[in-house]
Design a binder for this molecule. Structure first.
Ligand SMILES: Nc1nc2c(c(=O)[nH]1)N[C@@H](CN(C=O)c1ccc(C(=O)N[C@@H](CCC(=O)O)C(=O)O)cc1)CN2
Length: 307
C-alpha cells in the first residue's frame, strides 16, 4: 500500500502561542495599581456586583473567579446568588437596587440565564453607566456607531491581544466566525473601528473554509469543538480562538477551542490556546471596565491602562 504522509507532518508547528494568561495577569496588576491610586487620591473604591441565577456548574466557577479576582485587585465584590426558579420581577428588583447602590459601579448578570428569564429584558434594566458587560442596548448602539461605550469583555480581550501581537490592524482582512451578541457582533464592530476589512461568517455561511482562508486575522467564536482545521487557515494568519468546549477524550474531560490547535499551529503565524488564551482576558477586561465605570461615575479621568 502506498501511504502518503500528511503535508502537515512535514511542516513544523511554528505558530507563536499567544499567552492570554500572562497578558491578563499583567493587566490585572496594572488595574490593581490604579485602584490603589484611586483610593489614595480620591477615597473611592470601585465595586462590582455579580448576579448568578441557578446552579450551572461552569457559571458558578466563573462567578467565583470573578469574586476572587475583583478582591485581589483591591475592589469591592458583591455576589448575589439566586435560585434557578427566581421569577423575572425578583431579578429585576435586585438589578434596580444595585442601580441605586452608590458602592456598586459595575453590575454583571451571569449568562446564560435559566430559560424562563428574558436576558434582553434583564440586560436593559441595568443602568448603562454600570453595564460593565456592555450588553445594554444603549452601549450596543454606542459601540455600533463608533462612540465611547462599555465594550463587552471577551471581544475587548481579543482586541487587546491582537494589538499587542500586531500593532496596527488597519487594512487587514479579518473574518469573525460567529454572530452572537456577546462575542461575534461586538468583535466585528471593534475590528471595523480599527479600520479592518471585516467579514462576519457563521455555521450556515456557504463555503466557510474558503472565507476563513482569506483572513489575516481569524476570530473563531462559533461554539463547535475544533471545527476549524489547518486547511481553513491562511499561512501566517493570526488566529484568536474564543471557543470553550468541554469534550470527553480518551475517557477524560478536556477543554478545547473552536480551532484544531495542533493542526492549526503548522499553518498560523500566531494562535491563542484553549485554555490560557482568550478566557483569562474576559475577567481581566471585566475588572478594567469596572474601573472605567467607577471613574466615569465619579467624574474622574479614565485610567490609561488599556492603551
Ligand atoms: N454576563 C456574562 N456572562 C458570560 C460571559 C460574559 O462575558 N458576561 N462570558 C462567558 C463566561 N465567562 C465569563 O463570564 C468566562 C469564560 C471563560 C473564562 C476563562 O477564564 N476560561 C479559561 C478556562 C476556564 C475553565 O476551565 O473553564 C480559559 O479559557 O483559559 C472566564 C470567564 C459566558 N457568560
Amino acid at each position: 500500500m502506498n501511504v502518503t504522509a500528511s503535508p502537515l507532518a512535514e511542516t513544523p508547528a511554528n505558530a507563536q502561542k499567544i499567552d492570554g494568561g500572562a497578558f491578563a495577569a499583567n493587566l490585572r496588576q496594572r488595574i490593581a495599581a490604579e485602584v490603589a491610586r484611586l483610593q489614595a487620591e480620591h477615597g473611592v473604591t470601585p465595586g462590582l456586583a455579580v448576579v448568578l441565577v441557578g446552579d450551572d456548574p461552569a457559571s458558578a466557577v466563573y462567578v467565583r473567579n470573578k469574586g476572587t479576582q475583583t478582591e485581589a485587585a483591591g475592589m469591592a465584590s458583591f455576589e448575589h446568588r439566586l435560585p434557578a426558579d427566581t421569577d423575572a420581577e425578583t431579578l429585576l428588583s435586585l438589578v434596580r437596587q444595585l442601580n441605586e447602590d452608590q458602592a456598586v459601579h459595575g453590575i454583571l448578570v451571569q449568562l446564560p440565564l435559566p430559560d424562563h428569564l428574558d436576558s434582553d429584558l434583564v440586560m436593559n434594566a441595568i443602568d448603562p453607566a454600570k453595564d460593565v458587560d456592555g450588553f445594554h442596548i444603549f452601549n450596543v448602539g454606542l459601540l455600533g456607531t463608533g462612540q465611547k461605550a462599555m465594550v463587552p469583555c471577551t471581544p475587548l480581550g481579543c482586541l487587546l491581544l491582537l494589538k499587542d501581537q500586531l500593532g496596527s490592524l488597519a487594512g487587514l482582512n479579518t473574518v469573525v466566525v460567529g454572530r452572537s451578541n456577546i462575542v461575534g457582533k461586538p468583535m466585528a464592530q471593534l475590528l471595523l473601528k480599527e479600520s479592518c476589512t471585516v467579514t462576519v461568517a457563521h455555521s450556515r455561511s456557504r463555503d466557510l473554509p474558503a472565507i476563513c482562508r482569506n483572513a489575516d486575522i481569524l476570530v473563531a467564536a462559533v461554539g463547535r469543538p475544533e471545527m476549524i482545521g489547518a486547511d481553513w487557515i491562511k499561512s501566517g494568519a493570526t488566529v484568536i480562538d474564543v471557543g470553550i468546549n468541554r469534550v470527553e477524550r480518551e475517557g477524560k474531560q478536556r477543554l478545547v477551542g473552536d480551532v484544531d490547535y495542533a493542526a492549526a499551529s503548522h499553518v498560523a503565524g500566531a494562535i491563542t490556546p484553549v485554555p490560557g488564551g482568550v478566557g483569562p482576558m474576559t475577567i481581566a477586561c471585566l475588572l478594567a471596565n469596572t474601573l472605567t465605570a467607577c471613574c466615569r461615575i465619579n467624574g474622574l479621568p479614565e485610567p490609561e491602562i488599556m492603551d
